[in-house]
Design a protein around this ligand. Sequence first.
Ligand code: NAP
Ligand code: GCO
Length: 266
Amino acid sequence: MDLKSFDLTGKVALVTGASYGIGFAIAKGLAACGATICFNDINDELMQKGLANYKEAGIEAHGYVCDVTDEPSVQAMVKKIEEEVGVINILVNNAGIIKRIPMIEMEAADFRKVIDVDLNAPFICAKAVIPSMIKNGGGKIINICSMMSEFGRETVSAYAAAKGGLKMLTKNIASEYGQYNIQCNGIGPGYIATPQTAPLRETQPDGSRHPFDQFIMAKTPANRWGEPEDLAGPAVFLSSAASDFVNGLILYVDGGIAAYFGKQPS
Ligand code: NAP
Ligand code: GCO
């Protein structure tokens, strides 16, 4: 075994919703190890912004306009990538949304929207790439899960339901398609500083840290929020031959949150 096991040269990766944030950092990590990057965003303006971000990082990425909840559009994107770039070897289901609303105040339509983007879309995208992966002799699928794949908390019922479901979709893809040399694993990020969590980190009018920010600091043995780049190494591992016998795992990248019983009273 040598470092070549982590080499992704010649591999085509599709990272969904990766114009910025966690997806972008994961894509940068995969590109640094040799992969060709494809990503999508929901409209041309956002996709062009993403392309500019990759260019600035020195990466010649391929950008596509596609809403991951729209199955015909996902099928068309995957076909286009196969024609223009090559068969997808690595799929990272990263695109996601959250709606923080107390459950009894939440409209069913909002609940459905979150389930659609965070759970149905990974199914749609995985379904679109698996047939070619089978023909190609294998592939890697990484689903971006969450602390909420394991835990609940106030206001995130739809998100927790979706991410808990995504954990089980991960295990089921591994179970159903492992025989074709397809490895499907999850990454469960802890609390990461991205636009998605920006409202939880806003500085208060008196200059103090947001109460949720203080709560997360107390919950995290690493004593910091994660950075999107913290996800890159685990994503490279799960995309590479180094993890060929790892299947159905959810790798929590959380600075120790899931291991920690909580701060003792001072
Ligand atoms: P983010 O900053 O909000 O970025 C999410 C990305 O998903 C955006 O690029 C967004 O596109 C894209 N997206 C949303 N709906 C889409 C759709 N229907 N079709 C295509 N793209 C769509 O979020 P993030 O924090 O980087 O999170 C990335 C993933 O990690 C998500 O699945 C999230 O649930 C998960 N996660 C985040 C954290 C955290 O602490 N930040 C922790 C655990 C898990 P636009 O450019 O249009 O906005
Ligand atoms: C929240 C957060 C989380 C994180 C992440 C944790 O409101 O609790 O947004 O859900 O984004 O998914 O792993």
